[in-house]
Structures are given as C-alpha cells and as structure tokens.
Design a protein around this ligand. Structure first.
Ligand code: ZN
Ligand code: ZN
Length: 297
C-alpha cells in the first residue's frame, strides 16, 4: 500500500470535502485527491464511513416515511443556504426530511433498486477504480467484488435458504455454501450466495455476516491468461495450509487473503483484523480448493 504523509492540515482539508465527495460534486482531480487520502489515512476513512452511514440511514428512513410538501421546501431551502454544514443539518433532520433529500434530486427509482443514489454509486465506483494504484491486478478482483456486492450494495437482508442457494448457483456449485458455512465460526450467517458479473468478470460469491456486522466474502473467479498472485501481483505467500499458499493484501479498512484453486483464483475478504481474516482463510481455503478441483466450470 502506498503511504503518503498527510499532516493535520491536509486531513482538515479532506474532511471539508467529504460532503461534496459523497454528493459527487467534486472535480475529478479533487475526487482523486480525496480517494488517495482516504486510502492512506484511517482516521479520515473512518470519518468518511460515518458520513456515508448517516446518509444511508437517512435514505432507509426515506423509504419508510412520507413528508408534507411545505416541510420539504423549507428543509430544501435550509440545505441550500448552508451547504457546508449540510451534514450536521442532515444528522439533526427529522426522518421526514430525508425523503426530500432523495426526492428533490429525483433518485427515488434508483434508490429503490440498489439502495444507493447515483452520486454515491459513482463515488463508490471511482473508489474501486482507484484501488489498482494500491493493489495488484488479481488482488483487485477480490476487493472489488467484496466492496461492490457486499459492502456497497448490501443485498444482505436475510439469512439465505438452501433452496435459494441452489437456485443461484446450480447443483454443481451449491455445496460450496455448505463448505463455507461449515468452516465459519458459529456467529456467522451466510447472507448472500450468487454468481455476479462485475467489470467484465464473472464471480462465484458468498457473503457471511457476523453478529457485530462484520462482513466476510468468499469470492472465486476463473483465471484469465495465467493470472497468479506471484507473477501478476508480485506477492509472496504469507501462509501455507495443507499445500495451499495464501497471499495477503490490505487496503484501509479491509484485508484480503488470496489463493489459487486450479482454474480459479479465490479470495477471503473482510473488515476483520488482518489476523482474523487470515485465520478464517486458513480454515476455508483447503476445503474450497479441494472442492474446486472437482468443478468442471
Ligand atoms: Zn486524514
Ligand atoms: Zn458478488
């Protein structure tokens, strides 16, 4: 990971931008500046996540509530008057007010589908696009799919049933869910099991959630042109379990353990500690590799 020395002044500067960043209002260069800083500064990254979380809860509330038109107009005027303190205003705003925030810019339809407003999706996509500056091309795939499906899209409402898993993955791959579940500690539940397509790659993807909301993804994708952690990304294994080499990578807030399984590369990605993530991977990887060696694809 590239680490740049950021002084207090530059943290303040970035924090002033966060609101506009989340609103997709910044120029491309400034956007990149914010992303680079967030990559290297855990404190600002935390601030960023809290700001994003506030927006998310307001939007969730917006889906449940309606609000009188007059109130919308007053609040909207208030937002316009004081853009800089908008976040504070949003925090203090009533649930009803958030409806306006969404409606006033016409995002409701998109929000219903994805749970995210377009400007936020754009900011997230730009964030994902910036990752190859910090991690290798293969490693990137694991982070990208975890962030895209697990963290940003949050399609994780309920514990998923075996019938749905079978439906999503088919008879050949469905048993992977059982393997994943078996190797996870008891306080995890599988919340997502699907095949997803993201940025031109197809993934087999599981997300499990722990009681404290930590998310762990198991991601698999077919290797293209002999992709490997050693050669493509220049990594050396951080661990070896039963003949399976495990490679490690981190970005701010997330850790990844990568492995190769025949025609596939696989990833265990989470917001656990590096050690916690590696421990999960050490439990999961040997079983997954053994299983994938029998998969025709
Ligand atoms: Zn900072
Ligand atoms: Zn996915």
């Amino acid at each position: 990971m590239r680490v740049i020395d950021f002084g207090e002044a530059s943290c303040r500067r970035i924090r002033d931008y966060l609101d506009s960043y989340l609103s997709g209002e910044l120029l491309v260069e400034t956007n990149l500046e914010v992303q680079r800083h967030l990559q290297s500064c855990p404190a600002c990254c935390q601030e960023f996540r809290e700001a994003a979380e506030i927006r998310r809860s307001l939007r969730d509330a917006a889906r449940r509530e309606q609000t009188p038109a007059g109130l919308q107009a007053r609040i909207h005027a208030g937002i316009r008057r004081d853009r800089k303190s908008r976040r504070r205003l949003l925090v203090g705003m009533s649930i009803a007010a958030s409806v306006l925030v969404a409606i006033s810019v016409g995002w409701i339809a998109t929000i219903r589908i994805s749970g995210h407003a377009p400007h936020e999706l754009m900011a997230q996509e730009m964030y994902i696009s910036s990752l190859p500056e910090f991690v290798g091309a293969v490693t990137f795939l694991g982070f990208a799919d975890h962030l895209h499906c697990g963290v940003y899209w949050k399609i994780l409402q309920h514990d998923i049933h075996d019938a749905e898993i079978l439906d999503e993955l088919g008879t050949e791959l469905a048993p992977l869910a059982g393997i994943f579940r078996e190797e996870l500690p008891d306080d995890y539940e599988i919340r997502l099991a699907h095949r997803c397509k993201y940025r031109g790659r197809t993934y087999i993807h599981f997300v499990a959630r722990r009681e404290d909301d930590k998310l762990v993804s198991l991601v698999l994708t077919e290797r293209v042109d002999g992709e490997s952690f050693r050669v493509t990304d220049g990594l050396l294994p951080v661990s070896e379990v039963l003949g399976a080499e495990i490679f490690g990578s981190s970005i701010v807030g997330y850790h990844l353990a990568g492995f190769e399984a025949g025609r596939y590369v696989g990833f265990v990605v989470s917001d656990l500690s590096g050690d916690g993530n590696l421990a999960l991977a050490q439990a999961i990887v040997p079983e997954v590799r053994a299983f994938m060696s029998g998969v025709e694809g």
